[in-house]
Ligand binder design. Sequence first.
Ligand SMILES: Nc1ncnc2c1ncn2[C@@H]1O[C@H](COP(=O)(O)OP(=O)(O)OP(=O)(O)O)[C@@H](O)[C@H]1O
Ligand SMILES: [Mg+2]
Length: 212
Amino acid sequence: MIAVSDTGPGIPQEALPYVFEPFFTTRTSGTGLGLATCYGIVKQSGGHLSVYSELGRGSTFKIYLPRTEEVAPQSETKAPSPGPGRGGRVLLVEDEAPVREVIDKALSRHGYVVHAVGAAEEALEVATGNADFQLLVTDVVLPGMGGRALSERLTQRYPNLRVLFISGYTENAIVHGGVLDPGIHFLQKPFVPADLLNAVRRILDEARTTNH
Ligand SMILES: Nc1ncnc2c1ncn2[C@@H]1O[C@H](COP(=O)(O)OP(=O)(O)OP(=O)(O)O)[C@@H](O)[C@H]1O
Ligand SMILES: [Mg+2]
């Protein structure tokens, strides 16, 4: 069992039955997907989730997960080696610094030249007058301008730029919630470096055959 508690404002009794529902939010900038995503992950794992809250005192979420005797699986996919000149220039936008660093390192180690920033606005600045990025890797939900708006602005300017969206939300939630269009490249966090490298390789290889 994992319990997470806070000393925040608490959740009103009448809102409690709805907090795990997709798109239920009381925040002006909330998507209402946070707890729905937690719920989905825990249920898929055969677990159980509960919430206890007192107004003005805080909230406690409890996650119960079944025990397993299984050995943790190794990632099946081996990271493809880029080979000489096979990397590319990547613009990375991720607001969570530890996540940003992991992605930056994974890509840099495999022959990509990465420019990593923490906000869409910063990415726009970096990209201004800089047409040599092949790929934008961007978080979907960012403070300020979101990943989708950023990708639209950049691909308008640089039509050959490819985009890989990453998010803690599921593709299902994001696409059906209308946040992203179907047919986009999407990778759900958390992912292992090999998954990221495979996705990036695939997108850039595909781009090589279609771009002039
Ligand atoms: N720790 C908490 N303390 C008080 N209220 C909470 C807490 N967690 C969730 N809630 C309530 O439940 C609602 C739904 O939470 P949920 O995390 O699904 O969405 P959100 O926080 O509004 O948006 P986001 O998708 O950005 O996380 C919140 O809008 C808020 O009203
Ligand atoms: Mg939330």
